[in-house]
Structure formats: structure tokens, C-alpha cells
Design a protein around this ligand. Structure first.
Ligand SMILES: N[C@H](CCC[C@H](N)C(=O)O)C(=O)O
Length: 257
């Protein structure tokens, strides 16, 4: 198999991107997805994204975590917008389909502003919080996220009975300014800490902003800086949620196997 691919990263969350408008990628072959994402025996990535044609939309993004499971991916969607512009599918604005439904986005100077799906509620989860921003997120506020055991505690929560059978992503948050938080994330399907998680920082920004009267929150992650804007509704839901950050092409290649 000769498979042309591009490697993209959005604040350090990295993806194998494939222009699959010809629909030849064997999308049921999860072993291949795992192999391509393997950082020793494959290309190496947190996930893999197929771009396909979709009626009524500019494109459809099909996202796989490194373990082959599927979910909505915010950083991956930002990279899909940048990749689609590179391919000439779109110019500055787009409407595309992802697993959690339709999205709009704008791209300029490498910065992607991604419209996220509406969020119906923030739920309590013991002393912590739970938000579904297209993928499930547990959110815990901690004293000093830099020193926090993200992988061990993240895995404990991710595999806990509370979240059986599908599990959840787990985010740890320390506020660092009135309108800024520092977030580290344990990602389901990668089963490790990633350098950032788009749907995760969105969940954290909604919880923090809701508690601190902010509707624009800056987020520092190990992989870079992101921003989330949103509107709160009186019924506790959120709309017009926008995730803003860079998305860059790192390299391209041919997978011969
Ligand atoms: N691991 C997540 C999906 C990718 C989320 C993350 N990469 C993002 O940017 O949103 C899950 O299984 O729900």
C-alpha cells in the first residue's frame, strides 16, 4: 500500500491527515490506524483524520484516536480546516461535518476559529465536574497542575466505574489569571497525557468561565495557547462556543507497507 499522508499539529496535539475524498482508506481496519499512529513502528500521532466529501458540506472529517476508537476532536477539527484550505477545498470560511454534527470554522494566518457544538449542561461529578463538548470530559481543579500526577490520576478516573464502559477524557485545571487557566489532559483513546486537548480545554473554559463570570477564557497548555469564547444561557446551557488556536502542517510523506 502506498498511502500519501500529511502530519499536522494543533498546540502539540498531533494527527496523521489523509485526503480520502476517493474513499479508498480501509476505515474498518483499526489495526492499520493503530499502526500508523504508533510512535515507534508507525508515523506517530495522537490520532488519524480522514477528509472525505459530504453532500451539503465542504467536507466530512472522520477522526480516530490512536487506539482506533472514534470521537469528536477539537484540535483535530482545527487541523482538518487548515488541511482542507491547503488542499484547496475551502478558502477562509467552511461548514463541515464531524461525528458530533455540523461545524463552522474560519481560518486566517494559520489561526483557526472553530465553532463547537452547543453544550446542554455542566454536571457535578463528586467534587469535580463533567461536560460533554462533543467528547466526554471530567474536569478537576487542582492547586498546581504543573506538579499534578496527570497520567496516574487521569487513568484512575478514566477507567473508574463512574465512566464505564466508554470512559472519559480527564482534565486538570489551575487558574493563573482572572481570564486564564492552565490545563493538562489525560486523553481517552491515547491513554496518556497529550500536549493539549481541544474539546478538553473547551470543557474547562466553560466550567471556569461559568464560575468566574468570564465568557472569553485563555488557556495555557503544555503544547501552546488556546482561547475559548462562549455565551451562557439562563437554563445553564452554552452556545456560540468558539475554540481558537493555531494549526500547522509539520511534514508530508508516503506510507509504504
Ligand atoms: N480522546 C478524545 C477525542 C479527541 C479529543 C482531543 N484530541 C481534542 O482535541 O478534542 C476522546 O476519545 O473523546
Amino acid at each position: 500500500m502506498n498511502l500519501s499522508f500529511y502530519k499536522y499539529q494543533g498546540t502539540g496535539n498531533d494527527f496523521v491527515m489523509i485526503d480520502d475524498r476517493s474513499e479508498v482508506f480501509p476505515d474498518t481496519n483499526l489495526n492499520l490506524v493503530q499502526q500508523l499512529c504508533d510512535r515507534k513502528f508507525g508515523i506517530g500521532a495522537d490520532g488519524l483524520i480522514l477528509i472525505r466529501n459530504k453532500e451539503d458540506f465542504d467536507f466530512e472529517m472522520i477522526y480516530f484516536n490512536a487506539d482506533g476508537s472514534q470521537s469528536m476532536c477539537g484540535n483535530g477539527a482545527r487541523c482538518a480546516v487548515a488541511f482542507s484550505k491547503f488542499l484547496g477545498i475551502i478558502e477562509e470560511k467552511t461548514s463541515f461535518l464531524a461525528i458530533d454534527g455540523p461545524h463552522t470554522a474560519e481560518i486566517s494566518d494559520g489561526l483557526v476559529s472553530l465553532g463547537m457544538g452547543n453544550v446542554s449542561s455542566i454536571d457535578n461529578a463528586g467534587q469535580d465536574f463533567f461536560v460533554n463538548t462533543g467528547s466526554p470530559h471530567h474536569v478537576r481543579f487542582v492547586e498546581n497542575v504543573d506538579e499534578y500526577p496527570v497520567v496516574t490520576t487521569g487513568a484512575d478516573i478514566r477507567y473508574s466505574k463512574t465512566y464505564e464502559p466508554k470512559g472519559t477524557n480527564v482534565n486538570f485545571v489551575t487558574p493563573i489569571a482572572a481570564d486564564q487557566i492552565h490545563v493538562r489532559t489525560y486523553e481517552r483513546g491515547v491513554e496518556n497525557e497529550t500536549l493539549s486537548c481541544g474539546t478538553g480545554v473547551t470543557a474547562c473554559a466553560l466550567v471556569y468561565g461559568d464560575q468566574n463570570n468570564q465568557n472569553e477564557v485563555k488557556i495555557k497548555t503544555p503544547g501552546g495557547n488556546l482561547k475559548v469564547q462562549f455565551e451562557s444561557e439562563v437554563d445553564g446551557s452554552f452556545k456560540n462556543i468558539i475554540l481558537i488556536g493555531p494549526a500547522e502542517q509539520v511534514f508530508q510523506g508516503i506510507w509504504k507497507n
